[in-house]
Design a protein around this ligand. Structure first.
Ligand code: APR
Length: 232
């Protein structure tokens, strides 16, 4: 039975109240990427970076999954083939909506990482500069989030899934950040049908065989309902 690979972005969590990055008033209109989402920014001002992620961690922990997150969990549960969810998001709303084995290619707000020994542990709600690593004791704790200039996580596994996809869907992403924006081309090259579900056309909309526009909380459950109806 068909293998489905899904890539999600900030747009799928927008209706849960979490800001996107590049929409009007989005996170990158409030903060400079180089200040809060690069290793250099963290080295320059760790307090500013921790405060940025502390606010997002607390907001994400209070957010609820919406109908789009729940529909993808239903697809994973009821589809006869494999359904792999790869997300660029660092919130845990896919998991809160019932999804399993979600691949967080940009890390997770709920995770802390030691910049010295690579130890990982559950992040406290708020982190501060000099926070000691529980393993090596170094005052080098950082959010376990992939910053610009760093290598996204799980890329080998992701490309392997894309090479075997029969259906690839991108949901709620502007297609402006690589390597995620090129996943559609990888899947299409492997013979997959490709569909973009987004509020508006993304930067890579022309790479998709099929497009549907509207809020994720409406168009994703509709799409999942059609797929499951087809599966019989
Ligand atoms: N339903 C569906 N799509 C929506 C909704 C909604 N309710 N609201 C917004 N969108 C769409 C927007 O039209 C936009 O195309 O979601 C997309 C959000 O794009 P971005 O803000 O660029 O977020 P994303 O694509 O996830 O960014 C990718 O960039 O800054 C880095 O690491 C960060 O993971 C992030 C990556």
């Amino acid at each position: 039975m068909e293998k489905i690979v899904i890539l999600t972005g900030a747009g799928i969590s927008a209706e849960s109240g979490l800001g996107t990055f590049r929409d009007e008033g989005g996170l990158w209109s409030q903060h400079r990427i180089e200040d809060v989402a690069t290793p250099q920014g963290f080295a320059r001002n760790p307090r500013l970076v921790h405060d940025f992620y502390n606010a997002r961690r607390i907001q994400a922990a209070a957010a609820r999954p919406n109908a789009a997150h729940q529909a993808l969990a239903r697809l994973q549960r009821d589809w006869p083939g494999e359904v792999v969810i790869v997300t660029q998001n660092v919130d845990a709303l896919h998991e809160a909506g019932g999804a399993r084995d979600v691949i967080h290619m940009h890390g997770e707000l709920a995770g802390a990482l030691c910049a010295r020994c690579d130890h990982r542990w559950p992040a406290p709600p708020e982190m501060a500069p000099g926070h000691p690593c529980p393993a090596c004791g170094a005052p080098a704790a950082r959010p376990d989030v992939v910053w610009f200039g760093e290598i996204p996580y799980h890329m080998e596994a992701i490309f392997d899934h894309l090479a075997r996809a029969d259906l690839f869907a991108a949901i709620g992403t502007s297609g402006q950040v690589y390597p995620a924006a090129a996943f559609v081309q990888e899947a299409a090259a492997a013979g997959a049908h490709t569909i973009e579900l987004n509020l508006e056309p993304s930067a890579v909309v022309s790479d998709f065989a099929e497009t549907r526009f509207g809020p994720a909380s409406r168009i994703v459950p509709d799409w999942v309902g059609e797929l499951l109806g087809r599966a019989g």
